[in-house]
Design a protein around this ligand. Structure first.
Ligand SMILES: [Zn+2]
Length: 193
């Protein structure tokens, strides 16, 4: 069901280890976006939608354990840190947990890479992204995230999220990190459009 062939997130053409082509980085400043699966593959959309609910959260562990080799193959360095995309506390309270933190925790176990749940925060409440157009998604996220503490600059940063659609969340966080002098930002997601 899973495992997507390495491609560039922007142009969707093949690219080793999911690296964003140099020219494509003008549109998407992320160096490497590791995507386990595409929504077009049968069953993926349903599985990930269900996993978001607390009582199904073990699904993430199964997905990651079953695809261990895929993640190990594409992470190019152990000198890395995983940063889950943060959730506003009200949304977390409503949902009981942040799925990105859950995914990062399981990735950390199989990759032997540390997770930092505290570096990024989301102090500003924003509307649910899925109902908005691409343009409004970008506006909606403006200034939503903040960097709470410094990250070891020798480590490659991997942002972790469950899915990626327009990429606006990852772009917003990457821009914030770049403004703070961090380079080479990467991402790991379980599925994309
Ligand atoms: Zn490309």
């Amino acid at each position: 069901m899973f495992i997507y062939k390495p491609y560039c997130y922007v142009c969707k053409k093949s690219s080793p280890n999911f690296k964003t082509h140099e020219n494509c980085q003008h549109f998407f400043p992320i160096d490497q976006t590791i995507v386990l699966s595409r929504y077009s593959q049968p069953g993926v959309k349903r599985l990930l939608k269900h996993a978001k609910f607390y009582w199904k959260h073990n699904a993430y562990e199964d997905i990651i354990l079953q695809n261990q080799k895929f993640f190990q193959k594409h992470i190019l360095t152990k000198k890395a840190i995983l940063l889950p995309v943060p959730m506003h506390f009200l949304r977390k309270w409503k949902r009981w947990y942040n799925q990105s933190e859950k995914i990062a925790k399981h990735l950390s176990e199989i990759l032997d890479i540390t997770v930092d749940n505290k570096a990024l925060s989301r102090p500003k409440y924003s509307k649910q992204q899925s109902h908005l157009s691409r343009e409004n998604r970008i506006k909606n996220l403006n200034g939503v995230f903040s960097l709470k503490k410094s990250i070891n600059r020798d480590l490659s940063i991997y942002l972790v999220d469950d899915v990626i659609s327009t990429g606006s969340t990852l772009i917003e966080i990457t821009t914030l990190l770049q403004k703070n002098g961090y380079k080479k930002i990467n991402a790991i997601v379980l599925a994309s459009d």
